[in-house]
Design a protein around this ligand. Sequence first.
Ligand code: 4AD
Ligand code: MG
Length: 465
Amino acid sequence: MEQIRRTKVVDLLQLEDFGTTVNVKGWVRTRRGNKQVNFVALNDGSTIHNIQVVIDLGKFDEEFLKPITTGACINVNGTYVASQGKGQKGEILATAIEVFGTADPATYPLQKKGHSLEFLREIAHLRPRTNTFGAILRIRHHMAYGIHKYFNDKGFFYFHSPIITASDCEGAGSMFQATTLDLNNIPRDEFGEVNFKEDFFGKQANLTVSGQLEGELGAMSLGAIYTFGPTFRAENSNTPRHLAEFWMIEPEVAFNDVNDNMDLAEDFLKYLIAYALENCKDDIEFLNEMFDKELVERLNFVLNNDFVRLTYTEGVEILEKCGEKFEFPVYWGADLQSEHERFLVEKHFKRPVILTDYPKEIKSFYMKQNEDGKTVRGMDVLFPKIGEIIGGSERESDYDKLMKRVDELGMNVDPIWWYIESRKFGTAPHSGFGLGFERLILFVTVMANIRDVIPFPRTPNNVEF
Ligand code: 4AD
Ligand code: MG
């Protein structure tokens, strides 16, 4: 077969030069036709759209064409011509075809019929070949790029916080341990405790639940930073919103108070939604058509309306008075559940909500304490269909107050001595937040389950692929 430079389908679909010879490589979505001519819909992942390859059966041997079935990978040379059919500008009249890889119709699971998202989860190694997952994964890419672009344009520095740490930022104790100890022969000290001195790092280590503590040190030197990396939580919560391994974006800014932090969060989310609408048009339109006809409308709505800002106390009052039956009780001091958050957003205010000033008991040790002695300057951004999409706060920058809280909570300061010390040397007000990347992708793709917005999800009892 003659060597011709490959053109991606996404570029072919823009091509106006009819009559040129092109090469395309991709996976067969469907093949149909009659005794004279066959039509192959070919997709190469560069776009949701397929290119049609027209095969004249007078020019190709029927036996040779047999392995060209759904899922097979082929290499095609041909003439790019104006299309007779509607819905596409051009198509390829094949002059030479090579079959790179066959896909036996008896065993290839992605035949033409639609498959449930649950079934596709079991074949996560193949699901990126479907329209739905192709769309989601391209959107995921564009959103990641948009995040870097947003911060770069605003003068934030990408700060690489460690994946392996010895501290527990959120204090929730839901950490995966990182160890090289032989679990069948654990070394013990004289008290019978695990002797971590013999472990790789000489002390107990774990996978990070958040890059925030290190990120704060970045902000206190570079001014404005963000992290963007994988984080790990061993919470045994089998919900459509939780992963054991998820990606988090954590900006941290020196001199920002909680109001600046809210402004940043709102501006950031709106920028990303606008970015998706602009850069993922075809894929979002596909999801809008297939899964939820209000998707584009909802994205535009969030873009064009101010987020409502109120305190946790005001939010709880609304929930107590609303007369709605909730599964979990609401009272001042309760940690709000997804059903409460979604009530405020979807039924009461009908727009995104930022709640602030939470009871200190339900928030982490590092949040700035308010004068009332009861609440802290935390802020959660709540989104329709998602609930909490961002969690953040102004940080406690006063050494004595931070130490007092650490003592109250009975925390071991050994693993975070360096964090505490940052309040002794040139401390300053600062704020930040964490955006759950997959929660953002859920919102933009209108998927209902977080397992469907990451290529290979990690959840309790699932580490396949
Ligand atoms: O509210 P969280 O726990 O806050 C923090 O980790 C702070 N250290 C962030 C900061 O202030 N720098 O998590 C932040 C966000 C949540 O709002 C949610 O979107 C997401 O991370 N998230 C999860 N996403 C998927 N699976 C999980 N198990 C998640 N836990 C939190
Ligand atoms: Mg939170």
